[in-house]
Design a protein around this ligand. Structure first.
Ligand SMILES: Cc1ncc(COP(=O)(O)O)c(C=O)c1O
Length: 458
């Protein structure tokens, strides 16, 4: 192992310190203490390297954010160059070069009409800003009664309380229920297709009908409808057709309700286009982006708003219309520099043009190796976002008992075979970096297949 890859501490010492001092996110800690942790010390392209020198394919883009691979020389250089200028300076009362340059680029790339960029530092904070903007917008526009949000059943918009209120998941959020805002839940097409076993068209018709009726009925109190466009990620990778998104846009426009698109997961190429909204030909009033914005290098997020929303906040300071919201590291210059470099790579390497064949290849590999397995009930794909649903009885869609922890066990098995993926319950999620090669795609899918066969027994 080269010196640069050699950790400063022994594996045993790292394990001791980790178990003594760390509290890992989304991790059952008691089970964690029984595991020998994989310690990542280095990244190289689409692979991560452990302290024992083992190489792992990063099959989930380090939690859905890496875009062009790890340790990319251009991204490293952009961050280092900015570091030589200034690491952090605030956007409260000051401005800086990478923030304005990135804002101009984002406005140029985003769906039409989104002309204002409000920075923050994670997907959840981008979402919180959008929710508060929507509430204050209606208040300032003379409709203070519009205080409710609508969102999709099982949506996920982040872990801060406002975001949890619109993105409820029983498993994740039941402890916080008493303090959460009571969002109106719309049933997306997949729930009817899967639960009620309806055809694609029947499910879509019902979902659109329900959304139109509910939005029209609640128009007087609804501030915004919030949606993850085309793919509900954390719900278990559930796609909906562009027609559903178009219907939500039409219904919100007709009812005078804002539409917030949460592209935290789908943005920056994951669904095959820069933003998922493009595939439905719609533009929201507020757009949330994070994760892939910096190529997956640094925590940065943005909430983009239309001029109409932004202008409602204008007035003399004494009028008190200001959006009093922000975070210390809002628009951090290192993050903005990384984001600019990532967008340069998108252009120079024609990342999106080269993605189409990879998406197609992934589809073929999944159809050949994974979909026919007896314990795979469904394979859902949109772009490079994939969910593989495991079931005790795939035909009857009978799930495994939760105590079996099938998803977690399959993921451990893939890791033993040198591929890192993550489960969402019994859905195995694949979301490789856009830079993944054809060979690596094959390795990803065949390892996942072998792991499922090993754990499920067939
Ligand atoms: C659609 C969506 N919105 C928001 C978030 C929250 O992002 P973060 O973890 O950066 O707060 C996520 C994270 O997975 C997400 O998938």
């Amino acid at each position: 192992m080269s010196d640069v890859n050699r950790p400063a501490l022994s594996h045993e010492r790292i394990r001791q310190l980790d178990h003594a001092c760390l509290w890992h996110p989304f991790t059952p800690m008691q089970a964690w203490f029984e595991e020998d942790p994989v310690v990542i010390v280095h990244g190289d392209g689409n692979e991560l390297i452990g302290d024992d020198g083992r190489r792992y394919l990063d099959g989930v883009s380090s939690l859905w954010c890496n875009v062009h691979g790890h340790n990319h020389p251009e991204l490293n250089a952009a961050i280092t160059a900015q570091l030589g200028r200034v690491a952090h300076t605030t956007l409260l009362g000051l401005t800086h070069v990478p923030a304005v340059q990135l804002a101009e680029r984002l406005v140029g790339l985003a769906p039409p009409g989104l002309t204002r960029v409000f920075y923050s530092d994670s997907g959840a904070t981008a979402e919180e800003a959008a929710l508060k903007m929507a509430l204050q917008y209606w208040h300032l526009s003379g409709q203070p009664g519009k205080t409710r949000f609508a969102s999709l059943v099982q949506a996920y918009h982040g872990d801060t309380l406002g975001a949890v209120g619109v993105g409820y998941s029983e498993t994740f959020h039941r402890f916080f229920k008493p303090v959460l805002a009571d969002a109106l839940r719309l049933t997306p097409p997949h729930v009817r297709r899967w639960r009620d076993r309806l055809s694609h068209d029947e499910a879509l018709d019902l979902a659109v009908g329900e959304a139109r009726d509910s939005i029209a009925r609640e128009a007087d109190v609804l501030a915004a409808v919030v949606v993850e466009p085309l793919m509900q990620g954390a719900a278990g990778m559930w796609p909906h057709p562009p027609d559903y998104l178009r219907a939500l846009r039409e219904a919100t426009t007709e009812a005078g309700v804002l539409l917030v698109c949460d592209e935290v997961a789908t943005g920056f190429g994951r669904t095959g286009t820069m933003f998922a909204c493009e595939q439905a030909g719609i533009a929201p009033d507020l757009l949330c982006v994070a994760k892939g914005i910096t190529g997956g290098y640094l925590p940065l997020a943005a909430t983009l708003a239309t001029e109409r929303v932004h202008d409602a906040f204008l007035g003399p300071p004494a009028a008190g219309r200001t959006f009093y919201h922000g975070h210390t590291y809002t628009g951090n210059p290192l993050g903005c520099a990384a984001a600019l470099a990532s967008l340069d790579i998108f252009e120079r390497e024609r990342t999106l043009d080269r993605l189409g064949p990879k998406i197609h290849r992934l589809e073929q590999l999944l159809a050949r190796h994974v979909a026919p397995l007896p314990h795979v009930a469904d394979v859902r794909q949109r772009g490079v976002m994939v969910g593989i649903e495991l079931a005790a009885d795939a035909t009857a869609r009978r799930p495994y008992p939760a105590a079996d922890r099938m998803g977690a066990r399959v993921v451990l098995e893939t890791r033993r075979r040198g591929v890192i993926v993550r489960p969402l319950g019994d859905v195995v999620v694949l979301m490789p970096p856009l830079s993944i090669t054809a060979d690596e795609l094959e390795r990803l899918v065949t390892v996942v297949r072998d792991a499922i066969v090993e754990v499920a027994g067939t």
